[in-house]
Design a protein around this ligand. Structure first.
Ligand SMILES: N[C@@H](CCOP(=O)(O)O)C(=O)O
Length: 418
């Protein structure tokens, strides 16, 4: 395994806690795939589905050979993350206007979001390096995930969370796991800038997705999708775009699956941003190759409130490799999609619903054909953002209809309402 700068190709030592190259570029892990045999790997990954209470029971560490082969098993910090459902969602497909939609519910992870796939790898690596103080900037999911894994391996987490625009449930979840919370005026971008500048002084191991080990772990989402679909890929994979780590990991994972010979065709990737926080989409639409950060953010999908997505260069590579697209959706479109996903019995937080809203828009614009199949990645659990539910779930016509106006709970008044 090698740690390489994506801008200047300089190599760095993997066994030192380092986030960026001296030139400022992001780092990425590179491995040699030549010695790997695709059929042998398929058999191995299949056999590991029967594992119980070993690191290989995890839906991330099942793919250890493709993620962090050098890490000793004893250093693995796992909550058996991954292993999430891939659901054939007919009502969602009808809403989006395409033949088939599969929802990949990363919300079923132990802390309720896709961050766990990457966090188990970053924390395990930091643990193996002997780090004791872990840190992140977060809009709430990363902080919950980090606080959970740090607690599980007996370490301390310091989480920097903006004072405004973060769902209360996520902050409470982080605190409940024992995360040391630093609230500050500003955004995720400000928190990350602070950590990148000061982590070394404070002896902090940064677990945001600028840490390349996070991306390695998040690749397992597409590995699982591929295995669940018996190594035959859908036409499209749709992801929400905030910090863009999901898009970065998806592209890297697809590229590797193809290089090893585990899949033949690569699906197209669609990255969906909220209109109120869409610096990456604006760059792509303008045909530019330099991202202009968006200082003022305004989306109710709070996990997407990111104006300077650190992984934008990696996400751009994903688009290039997969002939991908970007699209934006309004908060209204996000909430309309969320209602369909919630009512289908799966449920998700608002940012996740951006995928289905984006799919609907891309199908309406005929960028996605109605006969194509799409996998939408649902990044966070329905209960992550209870305020968002209060915004609409209690106000649907059916809920009003069933409300007990008589304020009596007896047989006769219930009978009249049903
Ligand atoms: N929405 C994210 C933002 C942090 O992203 P990361 O990729 O740097 O972990 C969150 O939940 O905090």
């Amino acid at each position: 395994m090698q740690l390489t700068c994506i801008d200047c190709d300089r190599l760095w030592e993997l066994h030192q806690p380092r986030i960026r190259c001296a030139c400022g570029g992001l780092l990425q892990i590179e491995q040699q795939w030549k010695r790997l045999d695709a059929d042998r790997l398929k058999r191995l990954f299949h056999a590991r589905l029967a594992e119980r209470m070993t690191p290989y029971a995890s839906g991330v560490w099942r793919y250890k050979e493709l993620i962090h082969p050098e890490l000793p098993d004893e250093a693995i910090v796992t909550r058996y993350e991954g292993n999430t459902g891939l659901y054939d969602a007919a009502a969602t497909a009808r809403f989006a206007g395409v033949r088939r939609v599969l929802l990949k519910a990363q919300s079923e992870n132990p802390s309720g979001s896709f961050k766990d796939n990457g966090m188990t790898v970053a924390v395990s690596h930091g643990h193996a390096l002997g780090m004791n103080r872990f840190a992140c900037s977060s809009t709430g999911n990363t902080s919950s995930s980090l606080a959970m894994y740090a607690a599980w391996c007996g370490k301390t987490s310091y989480v920097f969370v903006p004072e405004e625009g973060v769902a209360d449930g996520k902050v409470l979840q982080t605190l409940a796991y024992g995360g040391k919370l630093v609230r500050f005026p500003g955004t995720y971008d400000d928190g990350l800038r602070f950590l990148e500048a000061h982590a070394d002084e404070f002896g902090l191991y940064v677990c945001n997705s600028v840490n390349p080990l996070r991306i390695e772990g998040q690749k397992s989402i597409v590995f699982e999708i591929a295995q669940q679909l018996e190594w035959s890929m859908p036409d499209w994979i749709v992801v929400p775009g905030g910090a863009l780590s999901n898009a970065a990991a998806l592209g890297k994972g697809l590229q590797e699956l193809q290089a090893i010979g585990l899949i033949e065709t690569v699906p197209r990737v669609a990255i969906v941003q909220a209109e109120g926080a869409s610096p990456f989409h604006r760059m792509v639409e303008a045909g530019e190759r330099t991202l202009t950060p968006e200082p003022r953010l305004s989306t109710r999908a709070s996990a997407l409130n990111i104006g300077s997505p650190p992984s934008w260069k990696k996400a751009l590579r994903t688009l290039e490799h997969t002939n991908g697209v970007t699209v934006t959706v309004t908060d209204e479109q996000i909430f309309a999609a969320k209602q369909v996903i919630d009512r289908s019995g799966i449920g998700c937080e608002p940012a996740s619903a951006a995928t289905v809203a984006g799919l609907k828009r891309l199908a309406a614009e005929r960028i996605i054909d109605k006969d194509e199949t799409a996998v939408c990645i649902l990044t966070g659990h329905l209960l992550k953002d209870a305020e968002a539910l209060a915004g609409y779930a209690g106000r649907t016509p059916e809920a009003l209809e069933l409300r007990m106006r008589e304020r009596m709970l007896d047989r006769a008044s219930v009978d009249r309402r049903l």
